[in-house]
Design a protein around this ligand. Structure first.
Ligand SMILES: Nc1ncnc2c1ncn2[C@@H]1O[C@H](COP(=O)(O)OP(=O)(O)OP(=O)(O)O)[C@@H](O)[C@H]1O
Ligand SMILES: [Mg+2]
Length: 355
């Protein structure tokens, strides 16, 4: 039985119409499902022209059929949610906020929130004004990670005041609800809430606003990413989940909203024994780097799997703050430096966006 990964590799031989780059590195392959005698490929071509879409569809169908011997090949073209920007936005349209950076992943539980919080704090340590917006309305974890649970964010006239913690400004639904209270939100409510988080929070002057996105790459993520022009997205992966396809989904989501992919960070990458300092590669590491190079996107670094990272997060004293000179904090500092470099590049480069 052929695997989605093998099919994806095969699709890398198909050039995007009019470009030398392949359709996979354009990030338009959204999903590949292999059934017993069928294959379904979902494609999100963004704002591509109809002729280009027809050409891609035909090429994918033929390639999959030839490669798998399966006759029943379904190609699903996902409608574009927004026109794809030709130019990556350099300035967010949130007054005073220069760069909005989304932290995303194809899968849940890979450490998005941990990375988002420590990245925000590391950027602050490097001298920047930073905000953190918890866009995960289903499972807000920023209050816990910043140690501000229980304190509500106030309002001041018609503006919402963010909570300040460890030098950064933060807002999260978790600041407005009781803990343990189940949150059942329908799409329109989420939209409204997040719009308020972007537009009605007194963020002040920020160099970076970091978004902690909910897991996955569905409509909610798209909506969120559309709320503000993104300077770019950081995709978090882990070695054991290094399925190229997961990262591809993340890339496709960012491309759909016209946001540059800043790169991939591999979290829980390797383990350093707290007692003897021995480094072990539990899940095998380096997959993130390999995948990034195959997808032609930047590799932003690797964060070790370390009990202290979890413990400090759970205690509301993220490692970047509580053990600033330690090796783990340094990994986040290095990540922040790479992210800044990529944001600067993204502002200049002619990105390979879908035409
Ligand atoms: N590098 C790490 N070392 C040790 N533990 C980690 C590391 N990164 C994350 N964790 C732990 O893994 C768990 C999941 O992390 P986190 O909540 O950041 O993931 P997430 O992707 O935001 O999850 P969700 O999809 O539910 O939002 C947490 O308990 C966190 O403390
Ligand atoms: Mg999270």
């Amino acid at each position: 039985m052929v695997t989605p990964q093998e099919i994806l590799n095969e699709l890398k031989t198909i050039a995007y119409p009019g470009y030398t780059r392949d359709i996979v590195s354009f990030g338009i392959i959204r999903d590949i499902e292999v059934g017993t005698d069928s294959v379904k490929v979902s494609i999100a071509p963004g704002g591509a022209r109809d002729e280009a879409i027809a050409e891609i569809r035909a090429a994918v169908e033929t390639a999959v059929r030839d490669f798998t011997g399966v006759d029943n090949v379904e190609i699903a073209i996902e409608a574009s949610q927004t026109p794809v920007h030709r130019e990556p936005p350099r300035r967010a349209e949130i007054p005073g906020v220069k760069n909005v950076i989304a932290v995303a992943s194809g899968k849940g539980g890979v450490g998005k929130s941990t990375v988002a919080v420590n990245l925000a704090l590391a950027l602050h340590k490097q001298g920047h004004a930073v905000g953190l917006l918890d866009a995960d309305v289903y499972g807000p974890s920023v209050p816990l990670l910043l140690g501000v649970s229980g304190e509500g964010a106030g309002t001041d006239g018609d503006r919402i005041q963010p909570v300040h913690s460890h030098g950064i400004a933060a807002i999260s639904l978790g600041m407005f609800i009781d803990r343990g209270q189940p949150v059942i939100w329908r799409g329109p409510m989420i939209n409204k809430l997040l719009t308020q988080f972007f537009r009605e929070v007194a963020w002040g002057e920020l160099d970076y606003l970091v978004l902690d996105l909910p897991p996955g790459t569905g409509d909610a993520q798209l909506t969120i990413a559309q709320q503000a022009p993104l300077a770019g997205g950081v995709i978090v992966t882990t070695p054991q989940d290094v399925a190229l396809l997961d990262v591809q989904r993340g890339i496709a989501m960012l491309h759909q909203v016209g946001a540059p992919v800043l790169g991939v960070v591999e979290n829980m990458s390797f383990h350093i024994c707290p007692d003897c300092g021995h480094r072990s590669e539990i899940f095998g590491h380096g997959g993130g780097r390999k995948m990034a190079s195959e997808s032609d996107i930047a590799f932003l670094g690797e964060i070790p799997l370390a009990r202290r990272i979890r413990e400090t997060s759970d205690a509301g004293q993220p490692i970047v703050i509580s053990e600033p000179d330690g090796e783990h904090a340094k990994a986040f500092d290095a990540l922040a430096t790479r992210v800044r470099q990529e944001v600067e590049k993204a502002g200049r480069l002619d990105l390979p966006l879908v035409n």
